[in-house]
Unconditional design. Sequence first.
Length: 813
Amino acid sequence: MDHTTFCRGDGYPYYDLPVTDSSDWPTELPTGWVTRDSGEWIFRQPVAFPMPEQGWKVHVSATLDNAEDILKAVESYCHRAGLAYKFIRSRTLLLRRNSKAGDRTASGKFVAIYPTDEAALERTLTELDAVIGGREGPRILTDLRFRSGPLYVRYGAFVKMTTTDADGREVPAVRTPTGELVPDDRRPGFHLLDGVAVPPCLQESYAAQRASTMSDFPYSVSQALHFSNSGGVYVAQDKATGAKVLLKEARPHAGLDSVGDAVTRLRSEHWAMCALTGLDVVPKVYGMELGHENEYLAREFVEGTSLAVLAAGRNPLLTGHGNPAALADYAGWVTGVMEKVSDAVYAMHDRGVVFGDLHPNNILVGEDGALHFIDFEAATSVESQSPPRMGAPGFQAPVHYLGAAADRFGLGCIRLWLLLPLTIGIHWGPDQADRLIAAATELYPLDDSFADVVRAELDLDNLADDGRPETSPGGPDREVLVTALLDSAELDRADRLYPGDITQFRGAHGGLDLATGALGVALALTAIGQHVPEAHLDWMRRRFDALAPAGCGSGLLEGWAGMALAWAEQGDDERTQVALDRARAAVVDDLDVSLSSGVAGYGLALLELLDSRPELSAWLDDAVDRCLAAPPGCGAQPGLWHGDTGVALFLLRAHQRTGASELLDRAIELALGEFRSLPGGAGPAGLASGVTGLYAVLHLLSEERHDEELETATQALSAYALDSLAGSGGLADGQAGVLVAAAVSDPAEQVARLASRVDWHLISGAHTGVLGSGSLRLSGDLTTGLAGVLWARAAAESGTAPRLPLLLGSPSA
């Protein structure tokens, strides 16, 4: 799921379900018609409509300007013809579909019509073309265009059918003429299902599409570098000279942003590059061309590596080599690079051009250190004093930073990001910037002017939120954070209590599981000694009692066992037993042995509850047997949450309880197996799916048994697992998870140092908390948000290894 889809535009600081208001397209249905909503779509059909299983469907494209008129015409026709149809419910969703980040396979599709046979298909196309033929709209990349549009056709399923693809994933299906279900091919390009012929009414359009070439185009494409809804980026050769060039493609009416479409932006880019002709940092521009209805900009192909990639490979905080010499060397490199970047940007301003989209991926660095700026599509004139129209999270200036001020803000963000790549939180208020500036000057040997330069570029007084509370230099204290978490509760909602990750909107857990649900927050609050308000517990009780017995897994974070553990912590024996019984029922047919959703997590919960419920011993034995029988590598992905590392942790804890050496043997085998499979002996940091969780379990195993390979593996991962700066603050794969691993394995001095890094991720001001997965909105949940941060900080402050909810601390006696 795309996190941007769950971002409201009204200042609401948390992820939320997309608005499903259909008032943009009000329609009165004829008698005998029914309507139903389904996500982005609204379906309408006659009550007795004989919907075929599959066939030739008609798609209608539209722009934001003509969508209402086109829909009225299509609806009027479908009502007269008695044809089922569906349409995108709102202008907002249509804009999102046709935006630069939109799905290319869905782009342009505004209305879908379901003819019952080929005769109805021909009538529909012919009669609708007479009414709306030639209207503007984005080209639908998966379909065959009928005449001049906006009507398109594709053969596919009319009703939901699924099958599994080559990777075992469930995907939409279509039935072959022999009756076999195969994946419904929705890739860009018109693809015919084997055995399906093009109807006579489409032969002319089909022949026209096949005959359409760009033989007179002055460039020949040799490689596609990138595709977006705006168009492609290609390596090409000039047919006349053989010179290597880069081509940027712009699709009309697609790639929408707040100002216009991809063509509008490409023309802006051409204007800017022409205005900057002669600057060494700007590739030479060769001109604009029209090809196959799309526009293309041809420019010099420049070699180089993006500044973002270079920084990721050199920054000691990301590579786990943060010794003083490495930090000093890197700081010197950053200073030199930023001098060149600043000079280049101010030279553009002198030519009257605001770059408009400054971020490290738009700056290429050659082997000789020379810079080239690319992607000028957001450029504007200095004198226009335009607000920023687009930008990358963590670098885009607020809308009130006009003209060159937006570029200066981008410079400040890049200058800070190269040292501490956490600038994505800056737009929440000046406290975040001050916190990062202070951390950077403490970590690196920087010039005395660094802080003043960054503050001036960011113009923090202009960024300030006058209503923000006073916070400590290290971030909000625990009382402020707990209050913010409790205040975020939305008792009037049925789907969730505490705002969290977007995964809380899917699944059968009803917003209650430990990972992103309310019981995870309650468990964390209880673990740090905080009272959970009775009204909040009442919400959880009502929601739990309404849950269906089936649907959830057995595991600790995304299953019944975790809920049982949370109810036990609240002293609710009845609901604890209900959750345990349901976890046991889920285990019976469960092939999932993971900690998060499967048997290993279920077993860890049983171990925790065994002293108060000795009757669980037989269930525990069964869980052990199932994990011993599971083949290595059967998890959804490696790591503590979903992979063999989580199974190893459970078997280690079971060994510590029973003394059975074969359990320890198997735990070591599984953990070392995941270590050996790491690419190049390393991998991404993170507790859930990265090397941080593996390191913590290897450390626990090495404490249990002296083994040379165990100790070597633990030592090999130590620096990278703990010293690599996480890109987010949460428990799953963020800085709080690193802190948990350190609390298990490292001395107090190291733990305290890593605790300060968690504070770098905290947001304070008008809203207080931590950015969740995707880093676009705040989260309060256990695995991605504030509850997990509070729990990890409390563990670090207490000086004892944390127990709940990950059970990485000492086992029960």
